[in-house]
Ligand binder design. Sequence first.
Ligand code: 4AD
Ligand code: MG
Length: 470
Amino acid sequence: MDRMDIRDALASEPDEREITVAGWVRTLRTSKGGFSFIALNDGSCSQTLQIVADNTLGNYDDEIVHLTAGAAVAATGPLVESRGRGQRVEMQARAVRLLGPADPETYPIQPKRHSFEYLRTQAHLRPRTRTFAAVARVRNALSAAVHDFFQSRGFLWVHTPIITASDCEGAGALFGVTALDPDAPPRDASGHVDFAQDFFARRTYLTVSGQLEAEAYACAMGKVYTFGPTFRAENSNTPRHLAEFWMVEPEVAFCDLGEICDLAEQFCRAIISAVLDRCGDDLALFDERAPGLVDRLRHVADSDFARITYSEAVDILQAAGRRWDYPPRWGADLQTEHERYLTEEHFAQPVVVTHYPAAIKPFYMRLNDADRAGPGGEPTVAAMDVLLPGVGELIGGSQREERLDALAGRMREMGMNPDDSWWYLDLRRYGTCPHAGFGLGFERAVQFVTGLDNIRDAIGFPRTPRNAEF
Ligand code: 4AD
Ligand code: MG
């Protein structure tokens, strides 16, 4: 169909030429004088185009006056100056074709406010609502901004595997991948399932991170990034966790912790600025839901992030004079309540926390020198997390352990067999170099710029425990 996007139609001058638009009816208003006003949306922008249909149209009495929310319609006619408020042009319809009716008795998206909980049960139809259409457009703009940022800085986008044999984060939250018959898997002599007979002749999983493979490319191409889906089988029913989420992972050779912190901060600020520039109308909608949102985004885009070490964070938390569910203690991981206190109250801006205890971080992080040790001499690593108001941890990253012996030692300490990761260690055997990277949780970024409370609303078809309907 040769049709014009409603976004372009709304930006046009009145014009005698006929155009065609097509979309879904938001509302229909019929006036006594033999006129109907159809508010039509096609997803290209948040606004509707007003289609004025009159009773000279052949299907006026049979179809047009019976149109209801959700019906698919194509309308043809010239754009004329609108007498209505808030729009420059409207269409004076010469033809309105009903392509697909939507039975108002059963259509799940009625023209009224639905709760987000309800709309999650209608994930296939919720992009028809103003809010979820806006989320989809913001998500698109944010994705484009990710690529713009890295492409303009000479990074290569590399595609890392979804199926993997390694547990990058060592957290054990892996979904297994197998082609064996679950009812009758082959077994070895000791009765265990024999994965040597599986498709890949070994145990395989959905990846939790593309980092390890990104490191291989960074240590050849210099600056790379991945942007793809990652999977975690952690049973966390929180407003910040998904079982399937998208991660942006830059990896940079000849880069240390301070430089990767700089990159993370520039990256966050750049993608927020891009969405402010490109999605004004959509952000205005979210600003109505969460007043002050746009001002907060501008502030974050324009100001430096705070930077503290983990030890300083623990001191701040201990001095806060609060009753914590988990009292802060050096050596324990920062809890959500701690992260939120730091970024929402103490600093009231994004915070980069560095130099965490080695014991709570994965094997690949670079061990710091003794002068960075904890109060009891505990080793720390060159880790960095970026914490944001409202979402907590947005980014996790580190300088990588580039020293072969130190890396193999760390692996053994953590119960891993370095031989299993022979190729990863080869990167340290041949031409090793200091390098660093981070991972940004893409849905948490969408959450931050839209102000949405629940991460399940930041992705079209969320995957969470006991939920993969669509
Ligand atoms: O801190 P994480 O676990 O870091 C890594 O996976 C590193 N390998 C990344 C790297 O250095 N290349 O995860 C990175 C980010 C977190 O900060 C968080 O924003 C997001 O991924 N994330 C999740 N987002 C949604 N649901 C989950 N279950 C998430 N787990 C992590
Ligand atoms: Mg993390």
